[in-house]
Design a protein around this ligand. Structure first.
Ligand code: GLN
Length: 450
């Protein structure tokens, strides 16, 4: 009830929720009360959560914040959200995001952007909470839910967490089922939570992960008790510092944040080692070929025939054209054009195939670096939260993902933990990238920084 009240009071200004489900929440809370009363409380009993609008929720409008999905209400529930409800969590509503999760500022949503609850000192200007999981991050930061589901294809959990002073983790590719998550780039997409603390994020991630026969890329490995890693400390751990992440024109404040993180870990008994990830400079170009290519294939299904919006044309092709021209926003159309171009015969070898080879090299860089260390420490983003419209040039927007896309290309787990405030009073996050299936080390290091 407290969260529902808070949503009523501040969602008009924050625009974090795009669907509110208070009746559903109260009914689920009653069930939770009954379980608690009968001594049968489950792991998340009564925990009020928000759900990124990317997750299919049965009978509740799910549009990935795109006009093309109209008023689509799925007939089934995503595996990740079902697992949360099966453990007693309560659903407060659906959270704002960039259209089809394409963006770093949440400005491409059909519902308009959410606002970051943080402001620059002495300024009233609204800032972006980051993207694509901007609604999830804003809602958690503003206490409009206890935690939220998010998704990360190239940084969409970690970057909004960094911009809002929250914790966000993307697990190893395949840890969480993609069944019932609206697909963007299937070989990169991963579910994960945004939460207030590292411990909360571990509790939520445990509930969200696990093998699912409905997703052929889902991993069979059991889910560890990650919560236990959070307070284990970093004594004896080897933490790698990748020199290629010291990019040109890196703001001094980001350098200082990184140095501070290194110092904290050293003081707590970790050994710091320098490592090299030589193909880092090719990560953004490779990502912005692979992701649009897969998106162009995944989004081919929105043809006006099956669900959502239909704009009737004179013939079949006319209907496709009308539906897709009106239904998709500008950024999605840009990605679809890039994607179909790099997949077309004649360009496939030069772009898509080449990008896939670069991806293997990036993964091999990590494997080599992990011979010398247990986890890597980097800044999450090259900047703090920025203002709407500040990155109107798409390439400037893409450059914000420089430190996050590598973990997706290599399928590795990555966590962002709040670590400092910049000179204008805005939160900055540090990122820990772990070995495949070693989320435990991410939680240990993040727990030590927190
Ligand atoms: N900002 C990146 C993009 O626009 C990542 C998005 C994401 O992780 N969903 O593609």
């Amino acid at each position: 009830e407290a969260f529902i009240k808070e949503i009523e009071a501040s969602n008009d200004t924050l625009n974090a929720y795009v669907v509110k489900t208070p009746e559903k929440a109260l009914a689920m809370a009653d069930m939770a009360d009954a379980k608690i009363a009968s001594g049968e409380a489950r792991a998340l009993e009564g925990a009020p959560l928000g759900v990124k609008d990317l997750y299919c929720t049965k009978d509740v409008r799910t549009t990935a914040c795109s006009n093309i999905l109209g008023e689509f209400a799925p007939t089934y529930e995503s595996t990740v959200t079902q697992q949360l409800w099966d453990r007693g969590a309560v659903m407060l509503g659906k959270l704002n995001m960039d259209e089809f999760a394409m963006g770093s500022s949440n400005e491409t949503s059909r519902f308009g952007p959410p606002a970051n609850p943080w402001r620059r000192e002495g300024s009233n200007q609204n800032l972006t909470p980051g993207g694509s999981s901007g609604g999830s991050a804003a809602a958690v930061a503003a206490d409009l839910c206890l935690g939220a589901t998010a998704s990360d294809t190239g940084g969409s959990i970690r970057q909004p967490a960094s911009f809002t002073g929250t914790v966000g983790i993307k697990p190893t590719y395949g840890r969480a089922s993609r069944y019932g998550m609206v697909a963007f780039a299937s070989s990169l997409d991963q579910a994960g939570p945004i939460a207030k603390t590292v411990e909360d994020s571990a509790i939520l991630l445990e509930a969200m992960c696990g093998h699912d026969a409905k997703d052929s890329t889902s991993l069979p490995e059991p889910v560890p008790a990650w919560r236990e890693s959070v307070k284990q400390g970093v004594k004896g751990m080897k933490i790698g510092i990748p020199k290629e992440y010291r990019v040109d024109n890196m703001p001094e404040e980001i350098e200082a944040l990184w140095a501070q993180g290194i110092k904290w870990l050293e003081e707590q008994g970790a050994e710091i080692v320098d490592v090299s990830l030589p193909h880092t400079k090719y990560a953004l170009p490779a990502y912005y070929i692979v992701a649009p290519a897969e998106a162009s294939s995944n989004l081919a299904r929105y043809d006006g025939m099956r669900y959502g919006t239909r704009v009737q044309g004179d013939n079949l092709v006319g209907t496709y054209e009308g539906t897709r021209s009106e239904g998709f926003g500008a950024e999605v159309q840009r990605r679809l054009m890039i994607g179909t171009y790099v997949l077309s015969s004649g360009y496939y070898d030069a772009y898509y195939l080449r990008a896939q080879k670069v991806r293997t090299k990036i993964l091999n860089d990590f494997i080599e670096a992990y011979e010398k260390c247990d986890a890597l420490l980097t800044p999450t983003c090259p900047s703090a939260a920025f203002a709407y419209g500040e990155k109107a040039d798409p390439v400037q927007m893409y450059l914000n993902d420089i430190f996050t896309v590598t973990a997706n290309l290599a399928g590795l787990p990555g966590i962002s933990v709040p670590a400092a405030l910049d000179s204008q009073g805005l939160p900055l996050g540090l990122q820990v990238i772990g070995k495949a299936l070693d989320e435990a080390s991410c939680f240990r290091v993040a727990g030590a920084i927190e």
